[in-house]
Design a protein around this ligand. Sequence first.
Ligand code: BTN
Length: 320
Amino acid sequence: MKTKVVELLLGGQYISGQEISNKLGISRTAVWKHINSLKEDGYNIDSQFGKGYKLLQVNKYLTPEKVKIGLKCKVFAQKIIYYREVESTNDEIKRLAEKGYHEGTLVIAEKQTMGKGRLGRSWISPPTGLWFSILLRPPIPPRDAPKLSLLAAAALQETLCKEFHIQTKIKWPNDLLVNGKKICGILTEMKGEMDRVSYVVMGVGINVNQEVNDFSGELLNTGTSLRIIKGKEIDRVVLLRKYLETLEGFYLDYLENGFDRTREACVKNSHTLGNTITIFSGDQKFTGKAVNLGMDGALILNIENKEVSFYGGEISTKKD
Ligand code: BTN
């Protein structure tokens, strides 16, 4: 209902409490409560006796009612849980999954205090980025779960290209790079039995509006943001909406038709294929030419004229 109130206010004129109440079929008291709650969320709303309410400025946050405006998703983000600050959106989704929440539930946080990266690393998550996780309950065996990381990367690659004219490359298994620097990390976690996934947490972190001096230490040379690339601030709400729509498209297509669309996108936009790379898998390392992406999502290396498939690990790329 809050989304609908915001939609009416977006008209830009004063609108009376009575008119909102008539249009939405709710009481004047309910309207008043929604307006107050929006003010608490940081919306600047002018109230004038006899005239009603006028939206002076929308808030700068990723609040659910804003994300939902015009969102064309059927499964994703029907339920959104929003935090100004949380330890990790992935951990929140896990808690909700255990409570039986539905597929598509979305947790968004302005800031994470204990953001998690792959391989036990931490993920720095200041309020300028986009940090969220989605609950998935795909009817697939656990061995197929890693495909969902590639799917998330492929969907973001397409969103950034089509909607923001930003060309990115997918570094297997799940990073998105611009000019060799990382703008997105994906952490998919899974709970399942031998033959069936119980749930998957798809966690996505996008560096959106950080400035150059927000990257320090190791990230100085390895990380970048959409703002740095475009030279202007990016609307995180628009980005999130567009991404959710594309991601849902990829996901539903995967469930219906299999991995082809994701695989093709990953091959076409690969940062990895064609290069000689070293892959660190457990405490071993292997070097070879990355020659293909398997139908199962594996990275195929040619090592001394033999094709070897890898299902996970960390790679370093030496451009040929
Ligand atoms: C990586 O190491 O590249 C993966 C980073 C994944 C970060 C995202 S931010 C939202 C979600 N919540 C987390 O704690 N991690 C993921």
